[in-house]
Ligand binder design. Structure first.
Ligand code: NCD
Ligand code: ZN
Length: 346
């Protein structure tokens, strides 16, 4: 192998949307070709709110896995105001539910049954703290008075400090962080507070949403931010700080749902996720930091063993297709029709 090849311990994706049915079957191989495990988001319709629903969803994911591929779905429960401490005890005992996901009601795709008031979940947080079950947070306020670009910093300021004070041992992950404020909060927080970072937030700033016209395929939530925030995310991702780990937030939506008068939020990256992260780390001169971010920090945070197999990336540019199949309907993947510098050796 040339010095341009890069071999890593097989990585995991700590924030992934797999959906269900034909769409699940279409997207799962993109993730499983590279990642050994993924934290699977519970925002189905209806959401995955109980251990029984998570068990059935896990079985559907495993049934959709093509023969010869190995992949372990790490399930999550969708937190609602009806979730009970008993649900948490059951989740903890299940062995396959690894976290609980908090969506502020209405914050993003399929978040209608989310939480309106964090205080209402305090008995559940108490149980999660006791059972060491991590709370995964979509960290944005939904207050319509708050500027859409400020919703994450306002969440950090209004809610995170309080949560950390009231539940000093609760394991927390601030998901898909997008701002300097979130990055600094997690950097300065205790070791049981972590954050995932997506490829789009490392590679793009908000100009991508308006490049030559309105670009619905660059719209996700939390929305892309200005360049200084992107730089702050690159800095923490490549710093070696174990609080930051890979979470693609790959979120498939059919082309027609994104190219609409009210286009939905979500960027699909599973077809090229590790390759895109490699680009971002290389641009920062930090390829040597990619393996820990992609393959060690998340497993260590979740208390799971690190993977033992490896993957190899080759410096061989390839062109991303204009469309991918989303189970009978087309979807537009990140970087569609454009070149990516790295290719996964398969
Ligand atoms: C996600 C989706 O499509 O499910 N969309 C997104 O923009 N990230 C939901 C989410 O993680 O917010
Ligand atoms: Zn997500």
């Amino acid at each position: 192998m040339s010095t341009d090849d890069l071999t890593l311990i097989r990585p995991d994706d700590w924030h992934l949307h797999l959906r269900d049915g034909a769409l699940l079957a279409a997207v799962l191989p993109h993730t499983a070709r590279c990642f050994a495990r993924a934290i699977v988001m519970p925002n189905l319709k209806p959401p995955v709110t109980t251990v029984a629903l998570a068990r059935a969803y896990r079985e559907r994911i495993l049934a959709a896995l093509p023969a010869g591929m190995t992949f372990e779905p790490l399930m999550t429960l969708y937190l609602t105001e009806a979730t009970t401490p008993d649900d948490i005890a059951e989740a903890s005992a299940s062995g396959f539910v690894h976290a609980v996901k908090y969506y502020p009601a209405g914050a993003t795709t399929n978040a209608a049954s989310g939480v309106t008031e964090l205080r209402r979940c305090y008995p559940v947080f108490e149980a999660m703290q006791k059972h060491k079950l991590p709370l995964l947070m979509h960290g944005e306020v939904t207050d319509p008075e708050v500027d859409v670009f400020d919703r994450e910093p306002v969440f950090v300021e209004r809610h995170l400090t309080t949560l950390l004070r009231d539940f000093p041992a609760l394991r927390m992950v601030l998901e898909h962080i997008t701002t300097r404020e979130a990055a600094q909060f997690v950097r300065d927080a205790p070791a049981h507070v972590g954050a995932t970072i997506t490829p789009q937030h490392l590679l793009l700033n908000r100009n991508a949403i308006f490049a030559g016209g309105l670009r619905p395929h660059s719209y996700c939530l939390p929305v892309l931010k200005r360049e200084t925030h992107r730089q702050a995310l690159v800095e923490v991702a490549t710093s070696g700080d174990p609080g930051f780990f890979l979470g693609t937030d790959s979120a498939p939506h059919p082309r027609h749902a994104k190219e609409s008068s009210c286009g939905c939020a979500g960027i699909y990256s599973a077809h090229a996720a590790i390759e895109l992260y490699a680009e971002a780390f290389e641009a920062a001169g930090a390829l040597d930091k990619l393996e820990a971010f992609a393959s060690f920090h998340g497993a260590d945070f979740y208390g799971l063993p690190r993977n033992t197999g490896t993957i190899t990336l080759l410096r061989q540019p390839w062109t991303v297709p204009e469309e991918v199949d989303f189970g009978g309907v087309p979807g537009v993947p990140m970087r569609a029709g454009e070149s990516i510098a790295w290719r996964l050796d398969t």
